[in-house]
Design a protein around this ligand. Structure first.
Ligand code: NAD
Length: 262
């Protein structure tokens, strides 16, 4: 999709990957809405004509309000980028609210947005749904069951949308990066929004940490080409091939990698 003149909504756009995506789409000529539960005014102000909306996409009502606010501003949405996400450490014993928040923000938010966007898109015979999952959604996040599970679900949902509605004009892309230099990666240390100190160390050890602007560049190119799977770290494709071709060996390798951090 050529984004010039298109109406694009990006969630989680006050900072990090979302902010960089918004800036890249704005550069491509899109009318951009930056949504976040943090005030996105400053990020929006840097992009002339763009609009910031405070929205909590961790509820269905928050998604509905965001979609309404965006449509009131720029009309029908052409591309919705469900990028907002949270990470935390965790295992099956972790508090319910961590699991629930992870599902709400990393998975249900995608479903709620799609629920309210699809009818219009199918009627128009055109629409573009993008989501940010993670390489952890294809492989695994050592140290975090909630993150691994919800990011796998996000990939599965994006695949399902593409399979089900691809012949009816819906385009779908799913972004699956490894480490990106954002507050989420840095703050494993300082805030409960991080993947946890251990997770942060693991991500950094797993490979190169990219800058958000570089990720946004790769994403924009993929959207122009309407490609489903977006891998800013191309080596992830090889890891996925190894996992598929020999799961036992892949699991043993992951356990060996994990032992470096305990
Ligand atoms: N940074 C990485 O290494 C990395 C790697 C793979 C995937 N990701 C994914 O990329 C996406 C963006 O993360 P980031 O690294 O830019 O992190 P970040 O913490 O810098 O940005 C995430 C943004 O999402 C917003 N957000 C969280 N919950 C929200 C909610 N309920 N409603 C509205 N906004 C909400 C936050 O306020 C924040 O501004 C996430 O989905 C994350 O899981 C990040």
């Amino acid at each position: 999709m050529d984004l010039a003149g298109r109406h694009v909504v990006v969630t989680g756009a006050a900072r990090g990957i979302g902010q960089a995506l918004a800036a890249r789409f704005h550069l491509a000529g899109a009318k951009v809405v930056l949504a976040d539960r943090l005030d996105p005014t400053e990020a929006a102000a840097a992009l002339p004509g763009a609009v910031g909306v405070v929205a909590d996409i961790g509820t269905e009502a928050g998604n509905v309000e965001l979609i309404r606010a965006a449509e009131d501003t720029f009309g029908p949405i052409d591309l919705f980028f469900a990028n907002a996400g949270i990470g935390s450490g965790g295992d099956p014993m972790t508090d319910e609210d961590v699991w629930e928040q992870s599902f709400a923000i990393n998975v249900h938010a995608h479903r709620w947005a799609a629920r309210h966007l699809l009818p219009g898109w199918l009627e128009r015979g055109e629409g573009y749904f993008c989501s940010t999952a993670s390489a952890a959604g294809l492989l695994a996040q050592i140290g975090s069951a909630p993150y691994s599970v919800t990011k796998h679900a996000a990939v599965a949902f994006a695949e399902w949308l593409s399979i089900t509605y691809g012949d009816r004009g819906l385009r779908v892309s799913c972004l699956c990066p490894q480490g990106v230099n954002t507050d989420m990666l840095r703050a494993g240390d300082a805030s409960d929004d991080g993947v946890g100190a251990t997770g942060t160390e693991v991500v950094k050890a797993a490979g190169v940490v990219l800058e958000p602007a570089d990720v946004a560049q790769v994403v924009h190119q993929a959207i122009v080409e309407e490609r489903f799977l977006i891998l800013p770290h191309p080596e992830v494709a090889e890891y996925l091939r190894r996992k598929a071709s020999d799961p036992e060996r892949w699991l043993a390798g992951m356990r060996a990698f994990q032992r470096r951090f305990v």
